[in-house]
Design a protein around this ligand. Structure first.
Ligand SMILES: [Zn+2]
Length: 265
């Protein structure tokens, strides 16, 4: 396989969830394969501290993002205040806000078993993170799919945040159109190799607003079944995007790389 002309970034990975040995191995193998940088997102405060340490240990390769992942119980006001305070204290450093968003999968699961689900607290928390992204002028990494993406769009518009990245996005055509118009980015995971819903999304979304990601260590199926998720897998994602857009792989790679640089650096 010749990747000589390919340079790529993994625009979304939970690097702190790998062992220290794997972090080192994955980053050096990724760099050797042309995946020169990763955007490492955080789940909550402890994960934010771990991601910050990774960014300090690997400053050339790791762009950190700090936030609170929505697919977990809401934090206490005390712990969210601690996280927001810590982020503001580090505003001289380079980072993005994320992973933040709305708990689509937890809500659907709760509702499927007849439980009620209170979304309001999550919307209020996301509102604070969007406001923070505006205040600190940072890109924001969103976990917001299907109808939740419309709520996220409302908040982004309200706070005039345009540097938005909807990772592993899925949603209705009217939401896709709104996000394209607003200049928001989405990123595509290795599931584009075997999910027709994602292939259709790639056809519909302008390549100038696409990035590639793994969401590692989240495991994938199809040709990736049983493999540890590795930043190098974005190279397969790039090949599929090039094919769907009918352009050379090297062209696709350079556009996708430049998009990520433009948003994050
Ligand atoms: Zn994630």
């Amino acid at each position: 396989m010749h990747n000589n002309f390919i340079r790529a970034m993994d625009a979304h990975i939970h690097l702190d969830q790998y062992t220290p040995e794997d972090q080192q191995k994955l980053l050096s193998e990724a760099a050797a394969a042309g995946v020169s940088q990763v955007v490492a997102v955080s789940m909550r405060y402890d994960s934010t501290l771990a991601t910050h340490a990774l960014a300090q240990a690997y400053p050339e390769q790791v762009i950190p993002a700090y936030g609170f992942h929505p697919e977990q119980p809401l934090p206490s006001e005390e712990s969210i205040a601690e996280l927001l305070h810590w982020i503001r204290e580090h505003q001289d450093e380079r980072f993005a806000i994320g992973e933040v968003g709305l708990p689509y999968y937890n809500r659907i699961e709760a509702e499927a078993t007849g439980q009620s689900f209170e979304l309001e607290g999550y919307i209020k928390l996301l509102d604070r993170f969007v406001q923070l992204a505006h205040e600190l002028d940072r890109p924001i990494v969103l976990h917001a799919v299907y109808e939740d993406a419309d709520i996220a769009c409302d908040l982004l518009e309200k706070h005039q945040v345009t540097r938005a990245h909807f990772h592993w996005f899925k949603g209705a055509p009217h939401t896709v159109d709104r996000m394209i118009r607003n200049g928001y980015f989405i990123s595509i995971t290795p599931d584009v190799c075997y999910e027709s819903e994602i292939q259709d999304l790639v056809r519909a979304y302008p390549i100038e607003q696409l990035m590639v990601e793994t969401d590692g260590p989240w495991p994938f199926e199809g040709p990736f079944m049983g493999q540890q998720t590795h930043p190098k897998m974005v190279l397969d994602v790039i090949r599929v995007i090039a094919d769907l857009k009918s352009i050379p792989v090297t062209d696709a790679a350079s556009i996708l790389y430049n998009n990520t640089v433009k948003l994050y650096t």
